[in-house]
Design a binder for this molecule. Structure first.
Ligand code: ACM
Length: 671
């Protein structure tokens, strides 16, 4: 008999105290705990029963190696009959030839002491079930096991994506592969591949080879590599939506084919970042002839039913400067540049549809002429999402999911596609909100640190898009996110491990341990502040402390929580707080030889000194000594970014110092 364990809101998982409870992410729709557990050891075998889908055979074949990486237990890759298998995977149908957003992704997972069984209507659902099973394998007092349970699960939203920009910085195939592995692990199902922009054109075109020859610096995906990635993604239940951004964000195209542009040029690949003037020329038929041939070629290469043609951030300057284009607008009765862009989009959308695809674009495409059924990607705010839904368009949310803005996971987690403006939509309108996509723009990432920027925060967004709207407990999310983060490294992602070599490089042969301690007190500046700090170019090395520092410091968040608890009277926190502070105080002395030795470390001297002084003040406060002289001026300096880094332990230490400096509450209350 299964013991029903209530709703799945976060806290309830922790309530199952007898055996360790795995930190699932995303949380499933329903779970009930049974008695006992299924032991996972080297006798583990998997059987795919009645699945006529090659994806299940492939996933089953990958399973032993994945379990081995996760547990360290050698597990042979050997077939088993269903009766003898540890895990049996059943799915009803072979699944759609090209995965569609309408596909049933549900699954059921039953775990008993003898066997686990995944049952799903489609291969995609079964793939999700396998990921849940793997998340459940945790070590207990007598080895690795999965607790007996039944999970019934399906996603809240059909479109759960990650957009990765590979134009600003090219990302090699293996970086894409491991990010697809991570996406599958948290049940994301759309990889939106931003393949062209001002800074590079990243796909081989056989029809227009100058695109890769002249517009990519030699950094592009061959068509064979594209087919490989598409197949790799499909094997993991992920659709690949290609984006070719037009008519703006298109300088790289013109380095190869200047005849597409609104101005005569000459053009070179753009090396800076921002919004630039070069733009396709809507007044020339040859532009649409080119795009027809190009989109035809790419439509055959990318099987997904959707094709993304960008449409964002057209500044219109090259259109306004061109007498020919001004004349074209007058002749067609197009009053504004927005009208001209709508004309361009209408022509391009007709081409996309003629090649058998549906349109998706950034929210600038929302216009009365937009073909029905086109998906609007709302990036400028939730109001546009609601507007698109009201006007009858399917829509996905990206505003609030920009990973490159380096906001905390909790910020993204609180951003519900059906919250905010969308909360006022009627039922029919709400049904048009298909889901969301996180965006990782690539001005300030490289193949080296891309994972560090995307993960683990992406997993929190994945939960927002998969789990129920009532799954909102931030404390639970952060606890489970830490476990998810560890698991993602077993898959091959490097968001944790890459800090090692990056800090070693900065330390230039000196021990890097104190840099790690310093880094735990820091976060990169947020939003677009790095671009205000210096004029980044695609050739600027991304090898500094700011590039090696995760967007969010878990240590600082925990420290802050411990300080709050201590100040609320929880004395058990005192020694932990002191130990943390001592590490931060002492890192400065330890790093002095590093500052002297390494040009990459030299810029950290002032921030390291301030972290040390801040921590020393915190220790004084713990010892109930009053506020140090010059404290206010010190705080003013310490809160300013240095080396594009923020000291994020500043607030909790300030609280400690203020608490020590103020009269104790009991005394203050006395008359
Ligand atoms: C965008 O961020 N320009 C879509």
């Amino acid at each position: 008999m299964m013991r029903a364990l209530a709703a799945l809101a976060a806290a309830s998982l922790g309530a199952h105290a007898a055996t360790p409870v795995p930190d699932l992410m995303p949380l499933p729709a329903s779970i009930s705990w049974g008695d006992g557990k299924l032991v996972i050891d080297s006798t583990f075998r998997v059987a795919a029963a009645g699945c006529q889908d090659a994806r299940i055979a492939a996933a089953a074949a990958r399973l032993p190696a994945r379990l081995t990486r996760q547990t360290g237990i050698p597990i042979p890759r050997a077939a088993a009959a269903a009766a003898a298998a540890t895990l049996v995977i059943e799915c009803k149908g072979p699944g759609e030839k090209v995965q569609s957003p309408l596909e049933d992704e549900s699954y059921r997972l039953d775990v008993a002491a003898q066997q686990a069984r995944i049952a799903a209507p489609t291969a995609v659902g079964a793939l999700h079930g396998i990921e849940t099973f793997l998340q459940l394998v945790i070590p207990g007092q007598d080895g690795f096991a999965v607790p007996a349970l039944r999970i019934e699960d399906k996603p809240r939203f059909a479109w759960r994506g990650l957009m990765i920009d590979v134009s600003r910085h090219f990302l090699p195939v293996e970086v894409i592969e491991r990010n697809l592995d991570g996406m599958a692990a948290v049940k994301l199902n759309v990889f939106h591949w931003h393949l062209s922009d001002d800074q590079g054109f990243r796909v081989e075109s056989r029809r227009f080879p100058k695109l890769q020859q002249l517009a990519s610096d030699g950094l592009y995906y061959t068509q064979d590599q594209v087919r490989h990635i598409v197949a790799y993604a499909r094997d993991r239940g992920i659709r690949v939506v290609p984006e070719f951004d037009m008519p703006g964000h298109s300088t790289a195209w013109f380095a190869a084919y200047p005849e597409l542009a609104s101005a005569p040029g000459p053009y070179r690949i753009e090396r800076g970042f921002g919004v630039f003037d070069p733009c396709m020329d809507p007044s020339r038929e040859r532009v649409f002839q080119f795009l027809d041939a190009f989109i035809g070629e790419m439509a055959a290469l990318f099987p997904d039913e959707y094709f993304h043609t960008g449409g964002d951030e057209v500044n219109g300057k090259d259109w306004d400067r061109s007498p020919r284009i001004r004349q074209f607008k007058r002749a067609r009765g197009l009053k504004t540049d927005e009208d001209l862009q709508a004309y361009f989009s209408k022509r391009v959308h007709a081409i996309v549809m003629a090649h058998g695809k549906k349109v998706i674009g950034w929210d600038e495409i929302l216009d009365p002429k937009l073909p029905k059924g086109s998906v609007v990607q709302a990036w400028r705010g939730p109001r546009i999402l609601a507007d698109a839904a009201r006007r009858g368009y399917p829509v996905i949310l990206s505003a609030g999911y920009y990973l490159d803005l380096l906001q905390p996971a909790a910020f993204h987690y609180g951003n519900d596609p059906l919250g905010g403006e969308a909360a006022a939509l009627g039922a029919g309108e709400r049904s048009r909100v298909l889901g969301g996509e996180a965006c990782q723009w690539a001005e300030l990432i490289s193949g080296e640190n891309a994972d560090l920027r995307i993960w683990p925060r992406m997993a929190a967004i994945a939960e927002r898009l998969w789990s129920g709207s009532d799954v909102t407990d931030v404390g639970s999310m952060y606890r489970r996110l830490e476990s998810a983060s560890v698991r993602l490294e077993y898959l091959g992602l490097t968001h944790r491990s890459v800090q090692g070599p990056m800090l070693d490089r900065i330390a230039a042969g000196q021990p890097a341990g104190a840099l790690r301690t310093l880094g735990a007190a820091l976060e990169p500046v947020k939003g677009y502040a790095r671009h205000a700090a210096r004029a980044y170019k695609s050739s600027t090395p991304l090898n500094r402390m700011v590039d090696a520092t995760p967007p969010e410091s878990g240590a600082a968040r925990e420290f802050s929580g411990a300080v709050d608890a201590l100040l609320a009277g929880d004395q058990a926190q005192r020694e932990g707080v002191r130990t943390r502070l001592a590490g931060w105080r002492d890192q400065y002395e330890a790093l002095k030889p590093v500052f002297a030795a390494s040009s990459l470390a030299a810029e950290l001297e002032p921030v390291s000194r301030d972290v040390s002084a801040l921590a020393a003040a915190g220790i004084e406060a713990l010892d109930a000594r009053p506020t140090p002289p010059g404290w206010v001026e010190f705080l003013e300096r310490a809160k300013k970014p240095r080396a594009e880094l923020l000291i994020v332990i500043l607030d909790p230490v300030r609280k400690l110092v203020e608490a020590a400096g103020a009269p104790p509450p009991a005394a203050a209350n006395k008359p």
